[in-house]
Design a protein around this ligand. Sequence first.
Ligand SMILES: Cc1cc2nc3c(=O)[nH]c(=O)nc-3n(C[C@H](O)[C@H](O)[C@H](O)COP(=O)(O)O)c2cc1C
Length: 209
Amino acid sequence: MDLISSLNKRYACKKFNPNKVLSQLQVDEIIEAGRLTATSYGAQLMKFVLVEDKELREKLVNCSFGQRQVADASHLLVICRERDIDLSHFEDYISRVAEVRGTEIEKLDGFKNMMANSILTKSEEDQEIWMNKQCYIALGNLLTACAIMGIDSCPMEGFLPEEYDEILDLEKQNLASVLVLPIGFRADDCPNASNKKVRRKTEDFLVKI
Ligand SMILES: Cc1cc2nc3c(=O)[nH]c(=O)nc-3n(C[C@H](O)[C@H](O)[C@H](O)COP(=O)(O)O)c2cc1C
């Protein structure tokens, strides 16, 4: 029941206390929870960008429809997908599998070809959609991790990805922003903090067949 109690307490924080800062240990743990996210095939075609530059974070407010959470929260994570993918991404992944599991790389050829074939034959748009979906799984994981750790967060897709990509120079790293997650601690006057949680009733949510 601790898990349910933590999930009930978490909410989308609209106003962070800019003076309350997460410890390095807390930040590391949240990032680790995100890194452990399950992805399709385990291919993990995503990266997190931790925006530490205060000036850049102020600039991001304008392309987040004025949402100040991106500047005021203790830390700001931008969940990104790879921009263009090719065979080398799958080769890198397979090398990592071989390294971690001590498997002969040739024995992984079938898996690599099956995976690369199923993804690289998709249209560019479908590849993007597929990678974006993986980012949303990471977001869910991060929200739960924050909830359990008593850390406030705000999941955000209310921003202009192309402008973020430009301000953070993400194209240079072959990345495209998908989601934004400010994390930290709520301000005493956060307007969302006292809102009751609204969800469908269980009987309207769960279909038993
Ligand atoms: C993918 C996603 C994108 C969201 N984008 C924003 C956003 O840009 N700004 C914001 O204030 N809240 C955003 N939210 C928060 C939702 O409005 C909020 O989670 C929802 O109303 C449920 O409320 P709760 O999270 O407080 O329980 C987003 C939530 C999700 C899951």
